[in-house]
Design a binder for this molecule. Sequence first.
Ligand SMILES: [Zn+2]
Length: 159
Amino acid sequence: MEALAQALIEAKKQIGLCSVCFHLSADPVCELCRNPNRDNTTYCVVADSRDVIALERTREFKGKYHVLGGVISPIDGIGPEQLTINSLVRRVSKDQPKEVILAISPSVEGETTTLYLGHLLKPFTKVTRIAFGLPVGGDLEYADEVTLARALEGRRELD
Ligand SMILES: [Zn+2]
């Protein structure tokens, strides 16, 4: 039991944050940032490393990530300076990606963060946000109006 606890402590010590995107990484620069096959022209901004893992599972996104380390939440004392927003702006102004996708959960804090980032990044590049819609298996009549409004807003033409 003790050996296991020690091993967990050691493992935790070795996991740090990528110096480029702030995703969890055992190395100074994470695997995703080092991968030459990833598309350098699209960045996806998320609140948390767990979001990177979730998006990677979809295999839909081939670009680079930026992990904020949370969302702006004045009540919890989290302002832009507590997050990796300065690094993000520096990265975007330097690398000039063609598009930055904001993939932040649609809570009140998430909305604030999305709007704030949009305002900061628009001078440098095209800024988009992911569409939020109905969960698969969800019933239209039971969806709350914010979700339904978002789903409508994020509609696209049938291909
Ligand atoms: Zn990285």
